[in-house]
Design a protein around this ligand. Sequence first.
Ligand SMILES: Nc1ncnc2c1ncn2[C@@H]1O[C@H](COP(=O)(O)OP(=O)(O)OP(=O)(O)O)[C@@H](O)[C@H]1O
Ligand SMILES: [Mg+2]
Length: 241
Amino acid sequence: MSYHKHNNYIELDNVSFSYPRSRVIIKDITLQLVQNEFTALIGPNGGGKTTLGKLAIGILKPTSGKVFICGKDSTEMTLGEISRKIGYLFQNPQRQLFALTVAEDIAFSLEWNGGDRAERRIGIGTGTEIERKVNNMLELFQLEHLRDASPFSLSHGEKERVALAGIFINQLDYFVLDEPTTGLDIERKKILDNILNKFRTHGIGILAISHDEDLVAQHADRIIEIADGEIVYDHSERIRP
Ligand SMILES: Nc1ncnc2c1ncn2[C@@H]1O[C@H](COP(=O)(O)OP(=O)(O)OP(=O)(O)O)[C@@H](O)[C@H]1O
Ligand SMILES: [Mg+2]
């Protein structure tokens, strides 16, 4: 086991990455992400933002260099272990929806947090802790009327909300969100804003990949821009009180 100094929640040390047979997508990036901060990752299409996000949460492993999550080398962690430290929203919400109903989908992600599958199944609809948590999320994201709907029948914005609900049901210290506002209308963006503001007061860290200038302007403590696999801008906007 190689442990590392643990001041940074996520740390990339000289990370380069190519997909199989691809050109170099991430070029020797060194980056530290701390917990008590909202970091916005911006930049042009194809610049490598999603790839960098997946490297940061260990779905992809660096071609060279190292990624440390809470001080531990990501190549030595299982995805289950990482998912108890970092919540991850895929750019395409379709990627994380798979259960038969919206309620089950939101409940399912709790399993990764140490729950038990059978308990979860039974849990739905029987007044358990799980049901309470799922109901809170359904209410928070205004999805109660869709509780028994198939996730695949939903509109894009509804899918995004189910995906967000499935992530935020886990109380974690850090979230990586890839385009969290796509498909959200103004009212639902406000819901997300409120959640992010609450996270701020609790010191929960965020890496948000986004083209949404309002989201970035409203929440970012730090803005990092990458283009063609390199950091071209890295600036702290404000110091937290
Ligand atoms: N599985 C893959 N195999 C080969 N190349 C890939 C793969 N996935 C992504 N790429 C390439 O890597 C580059 C970076 O893609 P990435 O999705 O990280 O960009 P992005 O900054 O997130 O873009 P966007 O703003 O459009 O979401 C692109 O040129 C893309 O074509
Ligand atoms: Mg992307």
